[in-house]
Design a protein around this ligand. Sequence first.
Ligand code: BGC
Length: 765
Amino acid sequence: MNKTFALAVGLCLTAVGNAQTPRLGQNSIDEVVAAMTLEEKVNMVMGDIRDYAVPPTPAPGIPVRETPDIAKLLKDMATHQNTPLQLMTAYSQGRVMGASGDGYSLERLGITPMVYADGPSGVRITPVRPQYPGQEFYCTAFPTSTLSASWNPALVERMTTALGEEVKEYGVDVLLAPAINIIRNPLGGRSFEYFSEDPYLAGKMASAYVKGVQSNGVGVSVKHFAINNQETNRNGVNVFVSERAAREIYLKAFEIVVKEAQPWTLMSSYNRINGVFASENDWLLNKVLRDEWGFKGIVMTDWWAEEDGARQVSAGNDLLMPGTQHQYDEIIAAVKSGRMDERLLDKAVANILRITMMSPTFKGYEYSNKPDLAAHAQVARETATEGMVLLENNAALPLGKKVRKVALFGVSSYDTIVGGSGSGDVNKKYKVSLDEGLANAGYKLLENLGTYYRGYIASETEILKQGANYGWSKPVVQDKALEKSMVEAAAKESDIAILTIGRMAGEGGDRKVEKGDWYLTDAELENLELVCEEFHARNKKVVVLLNMGNIMDLSGWNKLPDAILHTWLPGQEAGNAIADVLTGKVNPSGKLPFTVAAKYEDYPSAANFPFSNGTEAEVCYDEDVFVGYRHFDTFGVKPLYPFGYGLSYTQFQYSDLAVTPAGDGFDVNLTVRNTGKTAGKESVQIYVSAPSHPHTPKPAKELKAFAKTGLLKPGASEVLHMHVSKGQLASWNTLDGGWVVDNGSYTFMAGASSGNIILKETVEL
Ligand code: BGC
């Protein structure tokens, strides 16, 4: 424990206990709870400092928190009954400046406060702190959650083991991550933080994420529970969703994580579900999460979800983040009037204490403030490469030996977007843009293009800075149309063109079906056409890189360049990671975690996503369970790139699919052979089609298992072993109100994507 902190605690906490007073860790949780006054219990379910809390604001809803004034708090001590608690909280905030919040403490019962910091791409804390001159607290910006495109849970676990070390070594107890809401629509502002349109992929990757972080003895908060799939009116939107779609699609990933990885905490979402706020939703938090899934941790609200405090706690939402005076008063009044059973409050406090006992702060862990950032940068780089998805490749990649001189186009090539905006942003020490990454890899870049772009970016950034206050969203400089003569000269002088198209998105807003967002701007399209024309006229290739958290419209232009590589938001090592894939140092093995539609209107949610249904107060999930590929495959809508799609620099052959009854379901084995000339990895997906049912329309197929080979040398093969339990084959039967595995034929399909099924085997149940 930091010395100043320890000293302050020792000096300031006027312990009122005596020898009989129980202490957390020495007595049972029940005894500790029983020793609390009503006021102390209510304090315990409040986060942050009530008196210093900023009132809730509309979306994006995140006020900037002030550094607590410790001197003022000390002065307040004499007059304020609860000051010792507040002081502890204030100190923990001062201890980890920029953390999103803390819990209360109660020294007389030995209860320490937990520190909560965002997630998910890294730890979000203040990197430079006035009270620690000369010290730095930077964190690694890892690739964002779309790292699910790696289809490699072991890799994700490795990355988050490193991330968890930063959580622990910076004195944080709980990382507010991962964010695992279903990517229902590509315009969702926070899609970059989320994992997939498919709950099984999201659940498996998120379980790996949680296991990695928690292996450090710190916790996570899996968020945002639940059915929070848009940013527009996020604090109030009422989502109408069937119980089947909720169970099979929107809650499924959470169910997998809770059962497989036992996250310490979960964060309830802001929205309403069929009329009831998630944080006040007894069905969601008590019945489904705790009674059915057996969740034992803390449920906390999302920040400033200031609904009725008594209703929230009664519904199973243990911690109000940050609690407000209003909520405090509400709970006290509700208990005193009998509207709320005090035992519900006791339960919430007990949940908080159980997790508190596991926390590094409670254990007095002496954190170093010196995580191994150099090693973590390497992990970030490796993880980023493995998620990149090669969408097109007409013999342009990997860059051949003859390619030495590169013409690099696009603002994002020189100012690569490495993460999204909002609470998922990370205060990193540096970022490597693509121009630096290519230079590091030994390529020569056309200098005049570099000079042009750097100058343009600098002057445009100045203009943007003087403009509106963008709050959380970070505006990025837009490309402008290039002079033909400049492109012509570049085509003559270089061996290849690389052009990056970037899109920024983040918390507090959804993207738009407009030029400059979903569509290319006129300038971007002109530049792309011009570059292709000039380079192709000289038999030189053009590679396009996508630098965004989700996707944009690609139809109409995706066949113009010779290759398209989706690089996502690859974290601080972006440029080096992209260069690794372009050069072939790493063979791309990422595959799409969502479907790329031929046109926006083809997405099943297009008709009822904000900006399209004319109302922001509510949204009806009319597509029901037919989200993503479940829609495209079932209704025969041809996507541009199917779910699970991604090319490699080599080819693979699948054989010997065997589905055999084993344990609680089926073992699924198959052999993958590298039949090409380059070493590579392949992700195999197992989809299952279920028998039809008169009242429960089934998707054409659903992902039930996946596995990735190791690095296979040319000619080498590997047998992949997977398992599908019978329980996984169930659908939610609305009439019976339960999970049902229907009798009939189930076809197991091994595919390289949902659109490329290679082997099949049918079993009877
Ligand atoms: C976000 C959460 C985040 C919290 C704390 C909220 O605005 O929705 O994801 O963890 O702020 O920063």
